[in-house]
Write a protein of this length. Structure first.
Length: 152
């Protein structure tokens, strides 16, 4: 099975630090307006969110795997709750690549696979180099087209 580029950890950690920063601003606002919130509690919550997020990002990277099989895309992910997903190519409607600002900054991209149905209608594979994302998108698109032709 394929792993993600190690730089994806930076993207996930950046998301965690943004969340911790927002909590810090909210905590500062609570303290600034003399609400009865202990300063130590605000610092502890922000630190806990930041540390837990960094640890979660590192663990998440160790688990995340995917594989393009003969008839489906198979993914394994999740730290606390492990999720194994198999997406049959016949269910794939379209495939996109996506590059958010943090992904662009570290030179990564994601592939998003949109499937027929309502529950979990899209699957995202983060942490790919732009070249790998482009080739994976094209391969998945071709396999989905072949699968659709075989079904007819």
């Amino acid at each position: 099975m394929e792993t993600l580029d190690s730089r994806v950890r930076l993207v996930w950690i950046a998301g965690t630090l943004v969340t911790a920063g927002v909590l810090a601003v909210i905590g500062y606002g609570l303290l600034r307006f003399d609400l009865p919130v202990p300063r130590a509690l605000v610092v502890a919550v922000v630190a806990l969110v930041a540390i837990a997020g960094v640890v979660l990002a590192l663990l998440r990277y160790r688990v995340w795997r995917f594989e393009v099989r003969e008839d489906s895309l198979y993914l394994v992910r999740g730290v606390l709750t492990r999720t194994d997903t198999s997406v049959p190519f016949v269910r794939v409607q379209h495939v996109d690549t996506r590059r958010g600002p943090v992904e662009r900054a570290v030179g990564l991209a994601s592939v998003v696979v949109y499937t027929a149905g309502t529950r979990g209608a899209d699957i995202s594979i983060p942490g790919l180099t732009p070249e790998r994302a482009r080739s994976l998108r094209e391969r998945l698109r071709d396999l989905a087209t072949e699968s659709e032709l075989d079904a007819v």
